[in-house]
Structure formats: C-alpha cells, structure tokens
Design a protein around this ligand. Structure first.
Ligand SMILES: NC(=O)c1ccc[n+]([C@@H]2O[C@H](COP(=O)([O-])OP(=O)(O)OC[C@H]3O[C@@H](n4cnc5c(N)ncnc54)[C@H](O)[C@@H]3O)[C@@H](O)[C@H]2O)c1
Length: 416
C-alpha cells in the first residue's frame, strides 16, 4: 500500500523529530489528519507539552522505542553554529542516527532543518544508511522541505504559506507533496532537486541579512551626517520599487545563522564570500556600535545606570536565542556601567541560565540612558511622559527601531 494511504488509513504513523518552533506546529497540524508521534530528546519538554496537549491522535515521547510504528519521519532539529561560526551538524546527525535505527523498507525521511545545499545527501544520508543497513533511494526515500515558520506571526502560518518540497526521485516528490497537501492549504512548490530546495531556504534568510546589513551601514553613515535614517527611508520608500528594510540588531537562530552555512559551504568549494560575509560582519558589530553610542553619552555622568528594554531577538516573542543585545550589555559592563534589563516576553530564568543576566521586574527611575531594542506591543504606546518619569533630565533615549520618532521631546533622542 502507498505510504500516504497507510498514514491516511491510520495503519502507520508520522513521526516528527524535534518539537521546537518548527516541529511542534507540524505535529499539531498533521494530528488533525493522521496519527502523529512527536519525539524530542528533551524529556522535560515532553512532560510540559503533555500537560498542554490532550489530543488522542498525538503521542508525545522522548523514548526512542516509540518510533517503531513510524513510516514517515520529519526532522526539525536545530542547526546552529559554533563559536567560530562553523555549522554544528551535531543534533542533525544524531537525529539521523536515531531515525536510521528505526527505518524500515518503504519508509520516508524528510528534513526541514535549515542546512547548506548538499547537506541532506552528503552528510545525512550516509548516517541514515549506516544505522539502518538500508540503501537510500532504493529501500527508503528521502527529501527536503524547508520550513517557513515565523514565530510570533499570526498571519503567516504553516497552513496558509506556500511550502517548497523536494524528493530524491519523482515518486518520492509526489508522495512528499501528498503528505504536505494534507495540511498546507496555500499550495506547494515542487523544487527540481533537494539541493535547490536546500539553497532556496538559505537564500531567503541571506537576502534579509544582506538588506538589513545595508540599512545598518547606511545608519552609521547617516549618523555621521547628522540625518535620521528612518526619515531618509520614508522618503526613499515613495519610489515604487524601494524595498522595505530597517536597521536593527540581527539575532535569533535564522537570519544571523543561516548565511554562515552558505559561506562555509562556498569556502569549502573554493569561493570566499564577500558580500554575504560583509553584511554578517556589519550586523554582528551593531550591538557594540550601539554600546559605544551609549558609553559616549553616559560616561560624563557619575556612576551611570542604563536601562535596556527588550532582550528577545524580535518583537512579541519570548525567543532569546542569539540575542545580540547581550553583546551591548557586556560592552557597557566592561566600562563599569550598571545595566538594568527588562522584557515582559522573555523568561527570566532562561535569560539567567543562558546569559548570566538577571532581568529586573521593576526597573528604577533615574536612568542616564534607556535603550529600546524591539517594538514589543507593550512598548509602542509609551510616551515622552513615561520616559521622563524613569530618567534623569540629561538622559538619552536610544530607540533602535525608531518607534518614538518625533515623540520624545524632553529628553535627548537617538535612533539607528
Ligand atoms: N523557528 C524558526 O522560525 C525557524 C526559521 C527558519 C529556520 N529554522 C530552522 O528549523 C530548524 C529547527 O528550528 P527550531 O526553531 O524549531 O528549533 P528549536 O530549538 O525550537 O527546537 C528544536 C527541538 O529539537 C530538539 N532536539 C535537539 N536535538 C534533537 C535530536 N537529536 N533528536 C530529537 N530532538 C532533538 C530540541 O530539544 C528542541 O526541542 C533549524 O534548522 C532552524 O534553523 C527555524
């Protein structure tokens, strides 16, 4: 029987490996149509998910033995970089080992984790084959379908966003497409090869990184010229083909990470990236640039204290992975400047464990500078009165995303 028919008739299970920002929505959507096992190596995560999710069709597990009934695997584990910006394939390859041990003839494995072009076939397949004793393409099929989950975005969701799919051959492509068609209402784009699908994902994020890098560079130039970047962008945006990008800190686990996968692969093929590397460098340095601006302002005061509003990598999410503002904090602290930090979305315990930083529930009232990093919805309506009430008269309001432009009248104002 065809693999998708087996799933639809509930004779076999889909298994999602890695229940994070990507794997969890996949598990929940597919469980509306077929039987799903959600596997994560983190037993605490499984415990807390079990408390929240009471769907009979979903089996949430951290015990590898529970993967026996699965015939279709979707892999959504982290693909990060190490401290030298080199891809860390550790979680991906250990997921391949795990899946390999449970692969049967006729099974499918589809990767969703962002990787460089060639990774699925050159790095993942050998591990799957080794631990299954099966031959890829003949005994089991495989493919790649990059995820497009945008945490915190209620408009662009799994079901209403076109999804790119690819497979190791035509039959695989059609079956993989049939699977995703069960949940993705917006339709699928069938890429002509796995490498094309892998590359397409990395290009999406690299393009954003590059455009933000350009805005950050413009911001540093315009600062020297004494003109406001956001006003320049407003004027330029009246042209029909102007692209809407803004300066800012680039953190998180995608835009600030994925381009390194591409430059790493390019380098191994003898090409040293110039443009991509330049924007990575600029974006990574912005946190220190912000710190230097603040230091320049507050060092003239005695025992200066700075408040940072916002530690998550973007607005209205609790995700603190690769938060760039942490670099600003360290730079300020290296000048013995006291820094208070608050964020209504971030989990204080997580921030403490990951960065050794204590969040302040009730910030003080006499700051020499306030940095607003992201436009959390609870920040956007704050006004001049609020900032005056928590700062000294000489304070600087550093509004990185330009939310309070033309609204801060009684304090010094600076934006990227
Ligand atoms: N979240 C996004 O918006 C986004 C966007 C673009 C790309 N991606 C990519 O999607 C992939 C997954 O990202 P995420 O944000 O969902 O990550 P995440 O950190 O939120 O979740 C990953 C989960 O995988 C689990 N895990 C780690 N190793 C495992 C293993 N060997 N076996 C089973 N489970 C394992 C972790 O415990 C965690 O729960 C990454 O490649 C990422 O780059 C994510």
């Amino acid at each position: 029987m065809n693999v998708i028919d087996q799933l639809i008739q509930k004779k076999a299970r889909l298994c999602v490996i890695g229940l994070g920002y990507v794997g969890l929505p996949l598990t929940l959507e597919f469980a509306k149509k077929i039987q799903v096992t959600g596997f994560d190596i983190n037993p605490d995560k499984i415990k807390s998910l079990r408390k929240d999710i009471a769907d009979q069709k979903i089996s949430l597990v951290s015990d590898p033995d529970c993967l026996q009934e699965a015939i279709f695997f979707l892999v959504a584990v982290p693909t990060s970089i190490d401290k030298h910006n080199i891809p860390d394939l550790g979680p991906l390859l250990s997921a391949c080992e795990l899946v390999g041990k449970h692969l049967k003839v006729g099974a499918y494995v589809v990767f969703e984790s962002t990787v460089y072009p060639g990774c699925t076939e050159e790095d993942c397949l050998p591990v799957l084959e080794k631990f299954s004793g099966l031959k890829a393409g003949r005994d089991f099929k495989y493919g790649f379908s990059p995820e497009r989950i945008n945490p915190g975005d209620l408009n662009h969701r799994l079901i209403n966003t076109v999804k790119v799919v690819s497979g190791c051959d035509q039959e695989a492509l059609e079956n993989i497409a049939r699977l995703y068609e069960l949940v993705v209402e917006a339709g699928l784009y069938r890429a002509s090869s796995i490498k094309i699908a892998e590359a397409s994902k990395i290009v999406e994020n690299t393009q954003r990184d590059l455009n933000i890098g350009l805005m950050n560079e413009l911001s540093m130039i315009f600062d020297r010229m004494g003109i406001n970047t956001y006003e320049v962008l407003d004027a330029a945006a009246t042209k029909w083909n102007f692209l809407n990008f803004k300066p800012g800190l680039v953190g998180g686990h995608c835009i600030s990470v994925d381009p390194f996968y591409l430059t790493f692969r390019a380098s191994s093929l003898g090409y040293e990236s110039k443009v991509i590397s330049a924007s990575r460098y600029i974006n990574d340095e912005m946190a220190k640039y912000v710190a230097r601006k603040i230091i320049h302002h507050v060092l003239k005061f005695q025992d200066p204290v700075v408040l940072i509003k916002g530690v998550t990598f973007k607005e209205n999410v609790s995700d603190i992975r690769n938060s760039k503002i942490v670099d600003t904090v360290k730079e300020l602290q290296s000048f013995h400047i006291k820094v208070d930090i608050e964020d209504p979305y971030a989990d204080g315990e997580e921030v403490r464990l990951q960065y050794g930083i204590q969040l302040n529930d009730y910030p003080g009232k006499h700051y020499d500078a306030v940095i607003i990093t992201v436009p959390h919805s609870s920040y956007v309506d704050l006004n001049d009165d609020y900032f005056c009430s928590i700062t000294k008269p000489e304070a600087l309001i550093a509004d990185l995303k330009g939310i309070y432009r033309n609204k801060i009248l009684n304090r010094k104002y600076w934006t990227l």
